[in-house]
Design a protein around this ligand. Structure first.
Ligand code: SF4
Ligand code: SF4
Length: 488
C-alpha cells in the first residue's frame, strides 16, 4: 500500500464524528482523528527506528486504521502485519502533542483483527488452549511448568539444544526452546496467606501473585514481600486471584481479559486493604486500567473503579511510603531499564531510580535510551521473534556501554528478555528487580544493627517460618484430599 496516498486520502475525508467500520464508538473515532501527522512519535517508536518504514511507525499504523475505518482498506494480512509488528509499548503516547491515546486504539483494533483473522485449525487450537485454558488456570499452569522443570532438571533441555535439532521444529518454536526461562525450584502461590509485621502496620496491602511470575520468580517475589514487611507493611496474598489479563488484551481477546478482571476484583476487594501491589509493571498497568475495561459493565464498573484506584506498582508504593533507607552496603555498578509499562503508561520514571539511590555503595549509571523497549512484551517474543531479538541486542549493547555489573528492572518480561540477552552474549551481567537489591541491602544491615531491630528481624523471620509450615500443611491437606477422592 502507498502510504502517502493513504495519508492524503485521510486528509481529504476526515470526519471525526462518522461511525466507522473499525471503531463504532464515536469517542474512539474522535481519538483516531486527533493525529495531525506531525511525526513527533517516529523517533520514539522502536519498530520505526529498526526499519525506517512509515508502515512500522505509529503514524503509519494510525493511517491504516483510518483507511479501514473509512472503508478504503480491508482488514487483510497486508494491513494486519503492520499492527502485529507493534509492541504496544506506548512510547508514542508519551511524546504525542495531540494526545492520541494510541494504546486504546491499537487494543480495539486488535479486537477487530482477532474477529476477522483466519488461522489454521492447529494454531487456533494452540492459542485457545494456552490463552483461554492454561494461562487463566494457575493449577494447570503450575502443572505444566512443573513438567518443564523436570525437563530442565534432568538435562533434557540442554541435550535437545546441544544436538542442534531445533531447526526441524516448525515456526518459532525452535527458537523458543532456547528462550525457555529457568523454572523456579519452588512456586509462589496465592493461598490467602498473610505476612504480619512486628507492631502496628504502616499499611495493609494485597499482593498480586500473577500467572508466570510466581513460577519463574518465586525467590524474587519473596524478596519483595520481605522489603514490604521490613517497612512495617502487612501483606495479604488473596486466594482466588489470577492472571491480570494483559496478554489477552494484547492479542485482542477482550472478553477473556474482562473475565479475568472480574475474578481479580472479587478476590482483591474481599480484603480490607490500603493498596493492591504488583511487582510486574505490565500487570499493575492492566489493573489500573480495569476501570476503562469494565466501564460498561453494570455490575462491575464501580468495583473496577474502586480497585483501579487502589492499584500501585510496588516501586511507586515503596517510594511514596517512604521506605527506611537500607544501611547495608552494596558495592556495584548498576543500570536501570525502564519497563515500557512503567515509564510510558504509568509515567513512573524517577521513583525506581530514587529507591536505588538509597542503597549505600550502589553506583547508578544511566544507559542510553533506557526507556526504549527491550523487545519483550506479552507474546511479542513468540509472534515477532526476529524484531524482538534485534531490540534485545540493541538493549544489550546499551547496557554493555555502561560497564554495569547489574541491570535492574521492574517487569518479568524485561527481566526474562535481559536474562536471555546476557546468556546469549555470554556476559556475567546480573539481572535483578529493584526489590531484590533493596532486600539484599536490608539483609546486609542486619549484621550490624542492635536491639529492637534485631528482635523485629527475628520476629519477622519466625512469622516467615510459620508461613512456610502453614503452606506445607495446606499442601499436604490438598494432596491428601486428592488421594481420598481418587480412592473413593
Ligand atoms: S505524534 Fe501524535 S499527532 Fe503526531 S504523528 Fe504521532 S500520533 Fe500523530
Ligand atoms: S506502541 Fe510502541 S511499537 Fe507501537 S507504534 Fe507506539 S511506539 Fe511504536
Amino acid at each position: 500500500m502507498n502510504h502517502t496516498d493513504a495519508t492524503n486520502h485521510n486528509k481529504l475525508s476526515v470526519n471525526p464524528t462518522a461511525t466507522g467500520v473499525l471503531f463504532t464508538d464515536p469517542a474512539m473515532n474522535e481519538d483516531l482523528y486527533k493525529c495531525v501527522h506531525c511525526g513527533f512519535c517516529l523517533q520514539a517508536c522502536p519498530t520505526y527506528i529498526q526499519t525506517g518504514l512509515e508502515t512500522e511507525s505509529p503514524r503509519g499504523r494510525l493511517a491504516l486504521m483510518k483507511g479501514v475505518n473509512e472503508g478504503r482498506l480491508k482488514i487483510n494480512d497486508d494491513v494486519t502485519e503492520h499492527w502485529d509488528m507493534c509492541i504496544q509499548c506506548r512510547a508514542c503516547e508519551d511524546v504525542c502533542p495531540s494526545g492520541v491515546p494510541y494504546g486504546r486504539l491499537i487494543e480495539e483494533t486488535m479486537v477487530q483483527v482477532a474477529k476477522t483473522r483466519k488461522s489454521s485449525v492447529l494454531k487456533n487450537a494452540i492459542t485457545w488452549l494456552l490463552l483461554r485454558k492454561i494461562l487463566p488456570d494457575q493449577v494447570l499452569l503450575s502443572g505444566l511448568m512443573g513438567v518443564m522443570r523436570i525437563y530442565q532438571k534432568i538435562g533434557l533441555h540442554r541435550l535437545v539444544s546441544a544436538v542442534k535439532m531445533l531447526h526441524i521444529i516448525p515456526g518459532n518454536l525452535g527458537s523458543l526452546h532456547a528462550l525457555m526461562p529457568r523454572i523456579s525450584d519452588k512456586f509462589f502461590s496465592a493461598n490467602g496467606q498473610v505476612y504480619h509485621v512486628f507492631g502496628e502496620p504502616r499499611a495493609t496491602v494485597a499482593f498480586l501473585s500473577g500467572c508466570i511470575m510466581p513460577l519463574i520468580n518465586e525467590a524474587e517475589m519473596r524478596a519483595a514481600i520481605r522489603v514490604l514487611t521490613r517497612n512495617q507493611v502487612k501483606v495479604i496474598v488473596p486466594e482466588g486471584q489470577g492472571c491480570c489479563g494483559a496478554i489477552h488484551s494484547h492479542v485482542g481477546d477482550l472478553n477473556k481479559a474482562k473475565d479475568l478482571a472480574r475474578k481479580n476484583i472479587d478476590a482483591f476487594l474481599s480484603e480490607e486493604i490500603d493498596a493492591v501491589l504488583s511487582s510486574s509493571a505490565g500487570c499493575s498497568t492492566r489493573m489500573k486500567e480495569y476501570r476503562d475495561l469494565l466501564q460498561d459493565d453494570e455490575v462491575y464498573s464501580n468495583k473496577a473503579e474502586l480497585l483501579s484506584s487502589k492499584v500501585k506498582d510496588i516501586n511507586e508504593f515503596l517510594y511514596e511510603l517512604p521506605i527506611d533507607p537500607p544501611k547495608g552496603r552494596l558495592e556495584a555498578n548498576v543500570t536501570y531499564q525502564d519497563p515500557c509499562h512503567l515509564a510510558h503508561t504509568q509515567k513512573i520514571k524517577d521513583q525506581p531510580r530514587e529507591l536505588l539511590k538509597l542503597i549505600p555503595g550502589l553506583n547508578l549509571i544511566e544507559m542510553r535510551n533506557s526507556d526504549r523497549c527491550c523487545g519483550a512484551g506479552g507474546t511479542y517474543v513468540i509472534t515477532q521473534h526476529q524484531m524482538s531479538l534485534k531490540l534485545m541486542e540493541d538493549k544489550m549493547d546499551a547496557i554493555q556501554d555502561t560497564d554495569a555489573d547489574i541491570v535492574t528492572t521492574a517487569n518479568p518480561g524485561c527481566w526474562l528478555q535481559m536474562k536471555q540477552g546476557s546468556r546469549k552474549s555470554n556476559k556475567s551481567l546480573k539481572v535483578k528487580y529493584i526489590t531484590d537489591l533493596l532486600d539484599q541491602s536490608y539483609q546486609a544491615e542486619n549484621e550490624t544493627i542492635p536491639g529492637i531491630e534485631k528482635v523485629r528481624k527475628v520476629f519477622n523471620q519466625s512469622i516467615w517460618e510459620k508461613e512456610k509450615l502453614e503452606l506445607r500443611s495446606q499442601w499436604k491437606n490438598r494432596t491428601g484430599d486428592r488421594r481420598k477422592r481418587r480412592n473413593r
